[in-house]
Design a protein around this ligand. Sequence first.
Ligand code: PHE
Length: 412
Amino acid sequence: MTKKFLLITTLIIVASLVLSACAPKPTAAPATEAPAATEAPAATEAPAATEAPAATEAAAGTLKIAILAPLSGSVPTFGVSTRDGALLAIKEWNEKGGVLGMQIEPIVEDSQCEADPAVNAANKVIDQDGVKYIVGEVCSKASIPVSEIAEQKHVVQISPTSTNAQLTLNPDGSTKQYVFRACFIDPFQGTVGAKFALDNLKATKAFILFDQGNDYVRGLAEAFEKAFTDGGGQVVGKETYTSQDTDFSAILAKVAEAQPDIVYLPDYYNIVNLVTAQAKEKGITAPFMGGDGWDSADLDKTAADGGYYTNHYSPDDTRPIVQDWVKNYQAAYGSVPDALATLAYDATNLLLAAIQAAGVNDPEKVKDALAAIKWDGVSGTITFDQFHNPIKSAVILQVKDGKIVYVTTVAP
Ligand code: PHE
């Protein structure tokens, strides 16, 4: 190896180290020990390495991946977890040499779990930053409008967590070619909740409370109602509210009067906290039940005590892939990963694996690779059906004595 070559290689390695050091870091304490560090990433290898992988890396440039997450607004824990899960996946890939020889550059945008900020963020990353791949948004009502842009502009979008069926579908029912998700969908999630209420809780009378203006909440309420009544149960009341409401006493009075066995409240944790606290004050003892939107470190476990919710994953799952993930995430951020962090990690890995499999940085080829992929994720093995939905199990969790307790797993 010539001196000149050695010098160039060294410069390139230094440049790629600086680049990866510049990548936005999660606010929580970063990993002291990188999960993939033991695999001796190319960058730490001696410059004399004969194959000089770093040379191709620098020549190929960087690959930008946008992460659209609600870091502010009504559900900030969703955004923080999503960002942190995605960044950890990117960090691991970068330490192993990146993808197609490129280091990955995350671009994080706060999309607030709302349509307008999410659309603005999507347009910004595509038009200004030249991004061709988006991980996000979290909330269906934000991901759905983003998906229309992604489809139109031929940008690959994978939402880690948006469960509303419409995300991947065009109005005529055909599949959006560029849009994917890493989670199951609400027709499944709602059915799992209804069956559990009927079979395990022996509920026969359900009351449903939902926000008509939230695609996710409305879709899940509909799925629950259908499955609960199909299964022989009776919906004894249904009331709506808006995301601006703070006083739920009028609708809770109706719940108290109807004396249901279960109250289905498939909203996000911020609303769940308010409604369950006010229900307790009213003396309502029927258990509440919800969906993945309850998953937050900020769920009020006193107010929601005794409640159940369907979710994508449990950190108590004993499979090694789950336990390794929990350990790595804890080392990086000092907390146990929730479903949002886990799905963001899986979604980012899926996307990067598809880019690798496509062998070329071209969204048209990457979307085909993604559609055909089989990937062992933390949240389960992922293959896509014709609508770009993975077929996966759900878990049921209970809020009990200040803790979240794993109850059971339900396969599709
Ligand atoms: N499924 C929710 C939606 O589509 C988002 C979510 C997923 C929230 C997982 C919490 C946990 O809007």
